[in-house]
Ligand binder design. Structure first.
Ligand code: FAD
Length: 374
């Protein structure tokens, strides 16, 4: 790896010291962008680092309209929300480094950033980690055959890069991702053979499930995948019914012809960098598994590190944005003290979060958050 120097990098290295950066935001999805916007509007010097070429995180591939309230972009497509937030970042002149990955958290609170073939340090006074989550995988026979994908990866291929990765899909998992992605496949002219769900009920919102059912896609409840068939790539998936202990019931196997199998069985927060930073990590299944402990100000066990969005708890873009506002404003307050404007941002976001979390779909999250005790 070659030594980084100013001539090779498309920005001024002197920007990247704590004299120049108050708050470094890791991840430019909805959570990170809202935290950067809040902190910059309050007067902090902010730097966003994201490993994608464009800002927006998961939003850039979400062609469907959001629902909820107007304040949370109800009726607006996710990809358009990404454009709105990116425009605010540009208007506020927030420093951004894209196509750059934070690869380590080192002594003296220095981040290691990899961009192209250069590794360089960034030091800020406060960090907001908003790196999101990764897709969970499932172990079954031939799970490594080409044609077995994460559902989110298929959504990226299709909606960001215009590539349809197959012509007949079998989807495992019926949460919102397991319902939205197959619907988008149908819109792209791809056949969806079935959705398979191990529980006795559909996991995602009724509105998404209803669209899938209207399109005639069968949803097999109390079923799981046991193997993929094929020699060079996926040619079929074998599913079976499960019993009360989720054991596969012999004799109930069905073979479903398909050329891709989409795994949509949940997400796990990307906490690796926070382990390195010495943050306390708790295991709270309701929040997505291993999550950084954080208080209501989104502050971790390390007072200079804040978190928000899917990295803090697997939830939704709307809640990720609100948590981002709190994290950004609280990171600012921890440096410059509370102001009328900062406490208004925090109060407003907290009120909206509590309203969203009164929904029956949020019961699990509310319960999980109670387990995050100091
Ligand atoms: C298929 C799908 C459909 C969805 N539909 C909806 C919906 O309809 N409504 C809704 O409210 N929510 C929806 N969600 C959920 C929503 O997209 C997420 O909850 C939300 O995007 C989380 O925001 P975030 O900013 O925490 O993370 P992300 O949006 O994932 O953003 C994190 C960013 O950080 C970057 N990053 C990660 N690690 C690093 C690193 N080490 N260095 C630099 N950059 C890094 C990532 O590349 C990414 O750009 C959906 C999610 C999926 C996957």
């Amino acid at each position: 790896m070659k030594e980084p120097n100013n001539r090779d990098l498309p920005f001024d290295l002197s920007l990247l010291t704590s004299d120049k950066v108050d708050i470094c935001v890791i991840g430019g999805g909805p959570a990170g962008l809202e935290s950067a916007i809040a902190a910059k509007e309050l007067g902090a010097r902010v730097l966003i680092i994201d490993d994608n070429p464009v800002l927006g995180g998961q939003l850039i591939k979400q062609t469907h309209k959001f629902f909820g309230s107007k304040a949370h972009y109800c009726g607006v497509r996710g990809m358009d929300i990404a454009t709105i937030l990116t425009r605010s970042v540009e208007e506020l002149n927030i420093d951004v480094i894209t196509s750059a990955t934070v690869v380590g958290y080192y002594d003296n609170d220095i981040l290691g950033i990899l961009k192209e073939d250069a590794l360089f340090p960034v030091k800020a006074k406060r960090y907001v980690f908003a790196a999101g989550a990764s897709e969970n995988m499932l172990a079954f026979e031939n799970a490594d055959l080409p044609g077995v994908y994460g559902a989110g990866a298929v959504q990226t291929m299709m909606n960001v890069y215009g590539v349809v990765p197959g012509m007949r899909a079998l989807v495992i998992g019926s949460g919102n991702i397991g319902l939205i992605v197959p619907y988008q496949l149908l819109q792209a002219g791809v056949d969806v053979a079935a959705i398979v769900e191990v529980l006795d009920h559909v996991g995602g919102y009724h509105v998404h499930a209803a669209k899938i059912k209207r399109a005639g896609v069968p949803i097999y409840l109390k079923h799981t995948i046991i193997k993929a068939q094929g020699t060079e790539c996926v040619e079929a998936g074998v599913i079976s019914e499960v019993g009360d202990k989720y054991e596969c019931l012999l004799g109930t196997e069905k073979t479903i012809a398909c050329d891709m199998i989409l795994i949509a069985i949940g997400l796990s927060p990307l906490t690796e960098l926070l382990y390195q930073a010495g943050c306390r990590i708790d295991y709270v299944p309701e929040l997505g598994g291993h999550v950084p402990f954080h208080d209501e100000n989104m502050m971790t066990s390390q007072p200079h590190i804040f978190v928000c969005g899917d990295l803090a708890c697997i939830e939704e873009a709307s809640t990720a944005m609100l948590e981002g506002k709190i994290a950004g404003a609280e990171a600012y307050e921890s440096l410059y003290g509370e102001s009328k404007k900062s406490s208004a941002i925090v109060q407003q976001a907290r009120t909206e979060l509590s309203t969203i979390r009164t929904s029956p779909f949020e019961e699990r999250i509310v319960w999980g958050r109670k387990k995050l005790t100091p």
